[in-house]
Design a protein around this ligand. Structure first.
Ligand SMILES: [Zn+2]
Length: 754
């Protein structure tokens, strides 16, 4: 934190004081909004000496009943209390209860009968009987099998501890559960199965499928806010030992290392896997399309158990199907090699075989460069008609149409979602923010790095771009793309620092705007060198920890020596937008005659103009005094007082070297928009040269509405443009130019024709 400039009203009229008047200075430090730094989290934005986090380790035995689409599990959670607090109960998340018959989710939706609806939406809303969904919790016991008292409140379960847990205590308990898996295509959801009528097959992409520990920490206590389906998850780190029993002809992959590879792989698969570990340029098929197509035609009654072990992950996901084609390739990061992995059905080809694993590889390289080397050993992209992320595995949309045609929209959509979801490994799977509370901390940061990674992807694999494209077409990140949202109806915009559940235009609010803000911060406010260092520092400080918004804001300042409170305040805490323009430009000349200002000064002092001390007089072009005295203009030397001053104070040699500006300008900029932003100005001179000057945002510190710059130049300015490269998300550029560039409206064009 840095000392702020005070609040002065030099250039401003004294504001009218009203009862309850609030200081709305845009440069006021964020002390009121920020939590006070403490032993857990320091003022620098780093974890403090007393920082702690809880640990939840899981052992799970899972069985998928493919015929009935039912998942059963027996899990043992070992919870470690690292907090200094005594705990009398634990909170466990039961996300599947969002679909239970008594779920509150449908009841918080409001709206009228809409006049036009898709048949699927209409059917889901009005025709279908609710299917039996939600967790069936069969028992909650301690490790000796003794039942534990527990209570379920919606998507949260409180488990009473037989003895209170003190700092350092461990407690193990078991939950036996099952539920009917949802069809995520027809019923929606972030996990579930997709049904393929041809050969009667399913692809399961599983997540939020097990009772999961809630986060307990120094900022929230228990994060036990209900899951309504929108705001994502807050999860502690832990180790997972998971055995998953599925039909023997299924191919399965998920979070963690496969510990019984020899039992579930054929000899051919083993050989291909060894080859893939050394293949850096092209993926190697572990299960080919022919093999997958053969498997989906006949089904077995036998089962197979896949064993996965994961260390230091905050969640667990897996995908399984007999339809899966499986490929893998090696990825070289700065300090290590990792694997890029893809799982997809034949319906995803052509496209997935060509690009999924390469997109994963490129993403890991880009994100590692911006943060830290990807710490896990693999990243999987599984094909499903959605986009959702878990540690080491994510589910991504984008397949050819029924005729096998891949449009640009489908291709870039698929690559974009893979980059995004693989990127989530970093935010929030490793830099483990609280998604339930702060959507922007994972989606915004991730969408920002996604934008950077998409740029890299086009460079690493130019073949991925369609003809005529030399960069990846990014939807979110570039400043001008956020203009329609930020310049839109204020009734439907909320500050970024709002819980996602409670905001309009979720995508723009939690993804687009924060990503754009960070891009602008990097390119326009801080510059890449300062930004990238600070962003990396934040990532490293909070890798495998739980950061809060202040930890991010503070670290970005701590590592860069930039006071950015004004930026966070404007972009994250308000719904203000950028609109900066040119108000007026006045040209001034040095005059040989005393001007109006001189006459006024003499009058105030009760003197004659001739009694005044020596002054240099400047008059405005076109004014009465200019027309009287300056018909042909007067060169600098023609001010007798200036000439005398120069003669008295400079040697002949020094006089030769002084600047001799011919033109003087008063340039007045206006700021109708609420956001404070750097003032970027491009001056074009009469000899055709241009000069771009960025005045830091602090130029607005004493007057939020308008500021002037006095400019002395030996060349005449012929035009001035504010924000010439459209980098500030200015919502109205009609006031950005001098001389004003008149844009004729459609109506005016029509009028002038008639
Ligand atoms: Zn996301």
């Amino acid at each position: 934190m840095f000392v702020s400039v005070g609040v002065f009203a030099q250039e401003q009229k004294q504001p009218e004081r009203k009862p309850g008047h609030q200081n709305i200075n845009k440069f006021k430090e964020l002390y009121d909004e920020f939590a006070t730094p403490n032993m857990f989290r320091t003022g620098s934005g780093a974890p403090g000496p007393a920082y702690y986090q809880q640990q939840a380790d899981y052992k799970m035995d899972l069985v998928i009943d493919d015929v009935n689409a039912k998942l059963s599990g027996f899990e043992t959670i070992t919870y470690t209390n690292n907090s200094p607090d005594q705990l009398k109960f634990l909170w466990v998340q039961l996300d599947q209860n969002m679909r239970a018959p008594d779920s509150k989710t449908p009841l918080i939706q409001s709206g009228k009968v809409s006049a036009i609806q898709r048949p699927s939406t209409f059917t889901n809303r009005y025709l279908k009987n609710p299917v039996e969904r939600g967790f069936n919790i069969e028992q909650v016991t301690d490790v000796s099998g003794k039942p534990l008292s527990h209570m379920i409140n919606g998507t949260m379960m409180r488990v009473e501890l037989p003895n209170a847990m003190n700092k350092g205590d461990k407690f193990s308990f078991s939950v036996k559960w099952w539920y009917n898996i949802n069809n995520h295509v027809t019923e929606g959801g972030r996990s579930g199965y997709e049904y393929f009528e041809k050969n009667d097959n399913k692809i399961y992409v599983m997540a939020q499928f097990y009772p999961r520990m809630a986060v307990y920490n120094d900022v929230e206590g228990w994060q036990n806010a209900q899951f309504f389906g929108r705001d994502e998850f807050a999860l502690p780190f832990g180790n997972f030992e998971v055995n998953i029993t599925v039909p023997a002809d299924h191919i399965l992959d998920g979070t963690g290392r496969l510990t019984n590879r020899k039992e579930v792989f054929t000899k051919a698969m083993m050989k291909r896997f060894e080859k893939a570990k050394k293949s850096y340029d092209e993926p190697v098929m572990i299960v080919t399309q022919e093999e997958a197509e053969a498997a989906e035609k006949k089904k077995t009654n036998k089962t197979k158990t896949w064993k996965l072990y994961a260390e230091n992950v905050r969640d667990f996901g897996f995908a399984t199907s007999r339809k899966f084609i499986w490929d893998m390739m090696a990825v070289k990061l700065e300090t290590k090699d990792v694997m890029a992995v893809s799982l997809y059905p034949s319906e995803a080809n052509p496209l997935w075989g060509d690009w999924s694993s390469k997109t994963v590889a490129s993403t890991l390289i880009s994100y590692s460069k911006m943060t830290f080397d990807y710490p896990y050993h693999k990243a999987i992209s599984a094909s499903a008609p959605m986009g959702m992320e878990y540690p080491m595995i994510c589910y991504n949309f984008g397949r050819p149409n029924a005729e096998g045609v891949v449009t640009d929209r489908v291709k870039y959509g698929m690559m974009g979602v893979i980059i995004h979801e693989v990127g989530h490994n970093f935010f929030p799977m490793i830099v483990n923010s609280d998604e339930r509370q702060w959507t922007w901390m994972d989606e915004g940061l991730n969408t920002f790095v996604q934008y950077v990674a998409q740029g890299d992807f086009g460079k690493l694999y130019p073949g991925a771009l369609s003809e005529g494209h030399d960069v990846f077409p990014s939807r979110r990140g570039p400043a001008e793309k956020i203009v329609p949202y930020m310049g839109g109806n204020q009734d439907f915009i909320a500050p970024i620092m709002s819980k996602g559940l409670n905001t309009y235009q979720f995508g723009n609010n939690a993804y687009g705007k924060p990503a754009t803000a960070l891009n602008i911060l990097r390119e326009t406010v801080m510059g890449r060198e300062l930004f990238d260092y600070a962003f990396k520092e934040y990532s490293r400080r909070w890798k495998f920890k739980h950061p809060t918004p202040e930890d991010f804001f503070r670290t970005m300042e701590d590592a860069s020596a930039m006071d950015l409170d004004w930026f966070w305040r404007g972009w994250f805490y308000t719904t203000d937008y950028t609109d900066i323009g040119l108000k007026e430009v006045k040209k001034m000349y040095v005059s040989s005659q005393p001007n109006e200002a001189a006459k006024n000064r003499a009058k105030r002092r009760g003197q004659e103009v001739s009694d005044l001390p020596a002054y240099v007089y400047l008059v405005e072009e076109g004014s009465d005094e200019y027309n009287e005295n300056m018909k042909n203009g007067t060169p600098l030397e023609n001010s007798p007082t200036l000439k005398e001053y120069l003669m008295d104070n400079f040697t002949a040699e020094e006089r030769k070297n002084i600047k001799k500006p011919k033109y003087f300008y008063n340039v007045t900029f206006e700021k109708p928009g609420g956001l404070v932003m750097p003032l970027i100005v491009e001056y074009t001179y009469d000899d055709g040269t241009k000069e771009k000057i960025t005045y830091p945002a602090q130029i607005w510190r004493l007057n939020d509405k308008e500021v002037s710059r006095a400019i002395a130049s030996d060349k005449e300015i012929v035009s001035i443009v504010v924000d010439p490269d459209l980098e500030t998300a200015d919502i109205d550029t009609t006031n950005n130019s001098w001389p004003k560039q008149v844009k004729q409206s459609k109506f005016d064009q029509f009028k002038s024709k008639n």
